[in-house]
Design a protein. Structure first.
Length: 132
C-alpha cells in the first residue's frame, strides 16, 4: 500500500507541475518495489511498472531522455514477462512503451534500437507472443 501512496503522491506532484518532487516520490517507490520484488513480496508488479513509467515521464519533462529510456526499458522488461503470462492489462501499455521508447531513441539517431522497439510493438499488436 505504501508503494501506491508514493505513486499517488508523485502523480499529485506531477499534476501541480513539481517534477522534482514527483521524482523524489518515484525514486522511493521504485526502490521499495525492487526490494519487495527481490523478496517476492510485491503484491502486483504493475505497481512497479507504474512507478517506472511515471518516473520516466518525469525525466522527460526535465529533458533527461537517457534516464527516461532507462526507466521505460525497465518497465518494458517487467511488462514482457506479464504479457507472456497473458496478463490482460500488459499488452496496450507494452505497445505504447515500445513506441515511446523508439521515438526517444530516434531523437538520438539510435535507429537500430528504435526499430527493434517498433517491430516488437507491431508484433504484440498483431497478437504474437514470441520475443525473438
Amino acid at each position: 500500500r505504501y508503494v501506491e501512496a508514493l505513486n499517488m503522491a508523485a502523480q499529485a506532484a506531477q499534476e501541480t507541475e513539481q517534477p522534482e518532487l514527483s521524482l523524489e516520490h518515484l525514486d522511493r517507490s521504485v526502490s521499495l518495489c525492487r526490494e519487495l520484488m527481490s523478496e517476492n513480496r510485491l503484491e502486483d508488479e504493475m505497481s512497479a511498472v507504474c512507478a517506472l513509467v511515471s518516473r520516466g515521464d518525469s525525466h522527460l519533462e526535465l529533458d533527461r531522455k537517457e534516464d527516461a529510456i532507462r526507466d521505460y526499458e525497465a518497465a518494458i522488461a517487467i511488462l514482457e514477462v506479464l504479457y507472456e503470462f497473458n496478463r490482460a492489462d500488459a499488452a496496450d501499455l507494452l505497445i505504447q512503451l515500445h513506441r515511446d521508447t523508439a521515438e526517444i531513441l530516434m531523437g538520438f539517431s539510435e535507429t537500430e534500437e528504435a526499430e527493434t522497439h517498433l517491430l516488437r510493438a507491431l508484433q504484440i499488436n498483431v497478437g504474437g507472443r514470441e520475443t525473438d
